[in-house]
Design a protein around this ligand. Sequence first.
Ligand code: KPL
Length: 314
Amino acid sequence: MEILIIGAGAMGGLFGAMLGPFAQVRLCTTNAEHALAINRDGLLLTGMDGALRRVPVTALTDPAQSDRPADLILVCTKARSTEAAAQTARQLLAEDGLTLTLQNGLGNLERIAAVVGPARAAAGITAQAATLLGPGRVRHAGVGPTVLAAAPGQSGQSGQGGKIAAVAELFNRASVETRIAEDGEALLWSKLIVNVGINALTALLRAANGALAQVPECERLMAQAVAEAVAVGQALGVNLGPEDQLDRVRQVCTLTAANRSSMLQDILRGRPTEIDVINGAVVAKGREVGVAAPVNALLTQLIQALEATASQRI
Ligand code: KPL
C-alpha cells in the first residue's frame, strides 16, 4: 500500500516508523531539517523497550515532489493546518484512495471531506503516544488502541467499509492495535471528551496527565468540563453509549500519567494551541443547541490569554 503521512510530528513520525516495514511510506513535512535527516538516515524510532530501530522512509517538503498517488493518506497535522493538508490530499490521493484524519478536535473530518469528497474521507482516533526527540528521531511513549470509522453516512457507501478494513488489517500487522467502530461521529466525540478534560487543564497547570486523576482539586475541574461536553454532545444527538465518560477520561489520565498533553507541549514551546477545536468547539456547539458551557468558555479564554502572553512569561 502506498501511504502518505501529512504532518511528521510525534504521531506522524510514530505511524511512519511503525508502518514503514509493511508499506511504501512517505512523510510530508514543512520542516526541512527533519526531512533532510529522514531522507539521509531513515526514521530513528526508540521503541517502548528502549531499542533503537532505523526505518527507511522518504520525506517530502513539497507535495509537488511526489511522483505517484497514495492509496492512504494519514492526516497527522495540528487542526490549524487541516485545510492545507486537505488540499495536498486532493492532489496526491489515488482516485479510489482514502484520507484518514488522526487529529485532535472537532471539524477536521468535515473540512477534509469537503475537499477530497466524503467517500474518500474517514475518521480515526488513537491512544498511541509519541515524542519527537529531534530531526528524524521519535520515541514511542505509550501503547493504546487505534479506532477507525467511516465518515457519517458513508459506511455502506462507495466501498469505504472495505478500504477501512484493509487499513485496519495493515495497522494490526504493523503492531498498531486497531479496531473499527460503526459510528464515526460518536468516535470523534469520545476523543474530543478526553481532550476537553485533559488538554487545557494540564496546559494551565503545567502538569502531566496523571495529576488530573490524582489531585481532587484538579479532578473537580476536569469533571465540570467533561460534564458540559457530554451535555452538549447529547443535545446534538451524539450516541455516547452507556459508559461513564468521566471514568473513561480518568482512565486515560492514569494510562498516560507521565504524558505531557499536546496542549501543554504547545504552550511550553510558545506555539498556538488547538483550544478552538477542543474546549472552544464545545462552547460553539453548545450555543447551537442552547446548552451553556461556562467552564469550557473560561478554559478557552484562559488558554487564549496564555498564548497571547507567551513572550511575557516570568
Ligand atoms: O490526545 C491527547 C493529547 O495530548 O492531545 C491525550 C489523549 C490527552 C494524551 O496526552
